[in-house]
Ligand binder design. Structure first.
Ligand SMILES: Nc1ncnc2c1ncn2[C@@H]1O[C@H](COP(=O)(O)OP(=O)(O)OP(=O)(O)O)[C@@H](O)[C@H]1O
Ligand SMILES: [Mg+2]
Length: 238
């Protein structure tokens, strides 16, 4: 059991169905889970098992077909569109396999795009320093490597000081050495800023650095493993 005060998300009987009739897809089949604050959580599972669907619904990018999700004491499932947008803007950062940066803006300008519309942002330069890109602020996306682009994407996501960072296959397009650098940065953000981080990945070994590993299969949670002795990103066997 998780201490009630520590719970950030309370998810109950979450169902997500796409399409209808013969084309119906049951992406989530009644997910019930509690997600504690400040943990680093790794979500593993086969392709098509519903990992991205769950992340997108928790992050307010999509809505469930039925079931409830409480973020602290707010029920996301009954929120208006504008309240959901506000929730996402104030609380949630996203990182994807693709970096989704704006090519005509420098690294710094890409981050500033977010800090300019946030309630309580950190300085955009500081966000880039935290991901080790102090020397690349004036570079454009075409002038940076994949690992550097992902670091800009992380800086952009953390600059608004979200309480949760959702990472959907953040190392999926990177070689293993660069992937480890990215995991190291995510681990530092979790420890130093106290940001709750959920990482979806196909790299099973990543589970060893998590406080909690959630195993997904066929639209539901198969197993949750609490890790008493987590490893650092440097020590996981890739
Ligand atoms: N917009 C959509 N319309 C119809 N079906 C969808 C849609 N998005 C996802 N699905 C289906 O829902 C199921 C779960 O998809 P999801 O993307 O959540 O899987 P995943 O676990 O993230 O897979 P992967 O590891 O390949 O990214 C899949 O069968 C997928 O085809
Ligand atoms: Mg996915």
């Amino acid at each position: 059991m998780i201490n009630q005060e520590k719970i950030l998300f309370q998810v109950k009987d979450l169902i997500k169905t796409y399409g209808s009739g013969d084309a119906v897809v049951n992406a989530l089949r009644g997910v019930t889970v509690e997600i504690p604050a400040k943990e680093l959580i790794v979500l593993l599972g086969p392709s098509g098992s519903g990992k991205s669907t769950l992340l997108n619904i928790l992050g307010g990018l999509d809505r469930a077909t039925s079931g409830s999700i409480f973020f602290k004491n707010k029920n996301l499932s009954t929120m208006s569109e504008s309240a959901l947008t506000r929730y996402r803007r104030q609380n949630i950062g996203f990182i994807f396999q693709q970096y989704n940066l704006i090519p005509s803006l420098t690294a710094l300008e890409n981050v500033e795009l977010v800090t300019e519309i946030s309630d309580n942002p950190m300085d955009a330069k500081h966000a880039l320093e935290l991901v080790g890109l102090a020397a690349r602020m004036e570079h454009f996306p075409t002038q940076m490597s994949g690992g550097e682009l992902q670091r800009v994407a992380i800086a952009r996501a953390i600059a608004k000081q979200p309480s949760v960072l959702f990472c959907d296959e953040p190392t999926g397009a990177l070689d293993s050495k660069t992937g480890r650098t990215i995991l190291n940065i995510l681990q530092d953000i979790n420890q130093d800023l106290g940001t709750t981080i959920i990482i979806v990945t196909h790299a099973m070994a990543t589970g060893a650095m998590a406080d909690r590993t959630i195993y997904f299969s066929d639209g539901n949670i198969d197993q949750i493993k609490v890790n008493q002795h987590k490893l650092t990103a440097d020590d996981i066997e890739w």
